[in-house]
Design a protein around this ligand. Structure first.
Ligand code: DCP
Ligand code: MG
Length: 499
């Protein structure tokens, strides 16, 4: 471990939700939930305003709606988030050749390797500048942790959230780590956490006090040694520069072999869910599902199944993993289970659906007759997905607030306008077309692109609506379903906190 806090961990704040708020002025300062809106949808993330109501990542969407009925609910726009991620990663690479991205919004940087910092003062300065640059280039906030090792840099950025910077001074590491719960340490999941708790160990200090032998006795040799070292703030893992990811996988080693088949099945389901979250966090999808099983006698086998097309659907991955497990005998007990996805593609199913909808809206069908992607469901009518951008021939740029029963509501605003107002159209209105997201920051001091020339940014901003949190997407949908507009004329719908 080095003696200067020159390992930086960056994690963007409420990434998908913040990107949506930056893109849609009417949602700033409000509860925003991004995720799957179907019956089995889960929350990808929630704005900090929505977290107050107890909404968080991986929660079933139905539960989120019960907790925060007035929040705005949006489907993710992965291509948009990926483009912001590329800007952020570009800023990190300007600091050092050693940048290790962990997901779209998170990375380690070795500042020392890039000569960007060599001691506490220079590291703090580099962190402050980085946060400023990220804000200037993307319009978004990210939190920064600085420490002498990866584990503590990550803990520091967590403590800095949201919109902050925490530097752990060398020499203070153990004092800081000691009182924290064991779950703070990398590699301590719910199972290991429970196991330690039953042995009377709940804090990092208690791990250190228990001693290495006791840890090895409790958790086995490899895990015990590793955890004991972490508890003493010994973490020598280097920052590894980005390699092309060939697969995304997760695995768990069990302290005690699992014999119960039902438990094995449950663990595989849980791992499949975790694997998909990681996949989605990186904005990827994959075709091949891999199951890894290490049995009581250390014999390890892998089974795989290749799907017709790439997926990032948790249900599909879980089902494939369950099928693979069917062919594996686990009667003697299982030490380790893993689920992975390979054959990665740089897009997600949501993108495919959106693309299919847009292509259909854009051009004659014959153009698509030879498309190889035969398993992409082609919608029968134009889909207006909540949160996606649109352009109206006269009213300019806006986004879909809700749709249903042949109607679509659009809020006309841009990242740099005032909150705009809402209009309702027929879904087949010829003046309305899907649009690309506008850049969040139009003047790019770092030269990464620029706003489309002549964008009428403030066109829809004349009438500023002053509604509060109540103007949720859900409310908009209800309003649309209830409207009885005739013909293709524009009707104005106001969504306020009506009594
Ligand atoms: N994500 C997801 N499903 C999850 C977790 C995350 O789709 N179970 C996506 C949405 C997040 C993004 O990955 O915006 C980054 O994940 P983080 O864990 O960094 O969470 P946030 O950036 O949203 O919030 P925080 O401020 O806590 O970092
Ligand atoms: Mg984040």
């Amino acid at each position: 471990m080095r003696n200067a806090p020159t390992i930086l961990h960056l994690d963007m704040d409420a990434f998908f939700a913040q990107a949506e708020q930056a893109s849609k002025p009417s949602l700033r300062g409000k509860a925003v939930v991004v995720g799957g809106l179907g019956p089995r949808g889960v929350v990808a993330t929630a704005s900090y305003e929505a977290r107050v109501f107890g909404v968080h990542s991986a929660m079933p969407m139905a539960q989120a709606r019960r907790r925060a009925p007035h929040a705005a609910y949006l489907v993710p726009r992965f291509a948009f988030y990926r483009s912001i991620s590329e800007q952020v990663m570009g800023l990190l690479r300007a600091l050092s050749p050693l940048v290790e991205p962990l997901s779209l919004d998170e990375a380690f940087v070795d500042l020392d390797a890039g000569r960007a910092a060599w001691d506490s003062d220079s590291a703090r300065l580099a962190g402050i500048r980085l946060r400023d640059d990220i804000r200037a280039v993307t319009g978004l906030t990210g939190s920064v942790g600085l420490a002498s090792c990866k584990m503590l840099a990550k803990i520091a950025s967590e403590q800095a959230k949201p919109d902050g910077l925490v530097l752990i001074e060398p020499g203070t590491e153990r004092a800081l780590l000691g009182p924290l719960p064991v779950r703070t340490l990398p590699g301590v999941g719910p199972a290991t956490g429970d196991h330690l708790r039953r042995a009377g160990i709940t804090t990092v200090d208690e791990i250190a006090e228990a001693g290495e032998d006791e840890l090895v006795r409790l958790l086995g040799k490899a895990h015990g040694h590793a955890l004991y070292a972490m508890a003493l703030a010994r973490d020598d893992r280097p920052v590894v520069a980005e390699r092309e990811a060939k697969s995304v996988s997760v695995e768990d080693t069990y302290d005690v072999d699992i014999h119960d088949r039902v438990r094995v099945e449950l663990e595989v389901q849980r791992l499949a869910g975790r694997c998909v979250r990681r996949l989605r966090g990186s904005g990827l999808s994959g075709r091949t599902i891999v199951l890894k099983v290490r049995r009581y006698d250390f014999s390890t086998l892998t089974r795989s199944e290749t799907l017709r097309g790439p997926t990032d659907d948790p249900g599909v991955v879980r089902e494939a993993a369950a099928r693979l497990l069917d062919s594996v005998d686990t009667t003697g007990g299982v030490r380790l289970l893993g689920v992975g996805v390979s054959g990665l593609a740089d897009f997600t199913q949501e993108d495919l659906f959106a693309q299919a909808a847009e292509e259909l809206a854009d051009g004659p069908e014959e153009e698509h007759a030879e498309e190889p992607a035969g398993d992409v469901p082609v919608p029968v009518e134009r889909q207006w997905r909540p949160g996606h951008d649109v352009r109206h021939a006269e009213l300019g740029h806006g986004w879909v607030q809700g749709s249903g029963l042949g109607r679509v509501t659009v809020r006309f605003e841009t990242p740099e306008s005032e909150p705009g107002r809402v209009r309702t159209f027929r879904t087949d209105d010829p003046g309305l077309e899907p649009a690309e997201p506008l850049p969040l920051v139009s003047s790019k001091p770092h030269g990464a692109g620029g706003a489309p020339a002549g964008e009428p940014a403030a066109e829809a901003s004349r009438e500023v609506s002053g509604e509060a949190v109540g103007e949720a997407i859900g409310a908009a949908e209800d309003e649309v379903s209830g409207s009885s507009g005739r013909g293709g004329d524009i009707s104005v719908v106001e969504f306020g906190n009506s009594p």
